[in-house]
Design a protein around this ligand. Structure first.
Ligand SMILES: Nc1ncnc2c1ncn2[C@@H]1O[C@H](COP(=O)(O)OP(=O)(O)O)[C@@H](O)[C@H]1O
Ligand SMILES: [Mg+2]
Length: 182
């Protein structure tokens, strides 16, 4: 049974997305960041950004998590995906505090060393299962264990191996760590 409350919230979300798409059409945005694959723009007078990317796999993930924030709390909420224009709209995240940046940079360095020692394809979760959980701050371990569950929930094969868990891909949203790039 579909509840009225759900119908209303879908209508409101669609209206919100239409407003955002109008702003994009009217060029009401400013470039705020760029990385290896994409460019990110802030949509003026909103708390949303959009990303144009060349990475095919990024859409696969964005298409799975779109509109499902309550199930994917380790990811920045995605509200709209346009595959043909290689673009998606997500919430504007805030900067990662330096203490988390350092934690993640150190974690990533230990994981890279572990992967080299293992001489094979290993994910950050394989490292956590080995020495990682013991060598890492518990706040980060808690986040990574939740992230692991959510990655499984996407059903995307080898997502764990492909994941680019670097500190510039992690930001804050509602006082929580979130991935803004995957
Ligand atoms: N949802 C977001 N909110 C705020 N800033 C973002 C968001 N997503 C990305 N950015 C900024 O844009 C930069 C590049 O985005 P990213 O998605 O990492 O691109 P790439 O795929 O090229 O690495 C990030 O490092 C960050 O500074
Ligand atoms: Mg990135």
């Amino acid at each position: 049974m579909i509840r009225l409350k759900n119908i209303l919230s879908e209508v409101l979300q669609q209206e919100q997305v239409d407003i955002l798409l109008d702003k994009i059409r009217n060029k009401q945005y400013v470039r705020i960041g760029a990385g290896d694959n994409g460019v990110v723009y802030e949509i003026s007078d909103t708390d949303y950004v959009f990303k144009i990317t060349r990475e095919r796999d990024e859409f696969e993930v964005a298409s799975v998590i779109v509109g499902r924030d309550s199930e994917f709390k380790c990811f920045i909420p995605v509200v709209y995906v346009n595959d043909s224009e290689k673009m998606y709209i997500m919430k504007n995240a805030s900067e990662l505090p330096i203490k988390y940046k350092q934690m993640i940079d150190n974690f990533y360095a230990r994981y890279t060393k572990f992967a080299l020692d293992m001489q094979g394809e290993v994910s950050i979760f394989n490292y956590l299962d080995a020495d990682g959980a013991r060598e890492t701050e518990s706040a980060l371990v808690t986040f990574l264990r939740k992230l692991q569950q959510e990655i499984i929930r996407t059903g995307i094969s080898e997502f764990d191996l492909d994941l680019d868990f670097k500190s510039d891909n992690v930001m804050m949203f509602n006082n929580r760590l979130v991935l803004v790039d995957w």
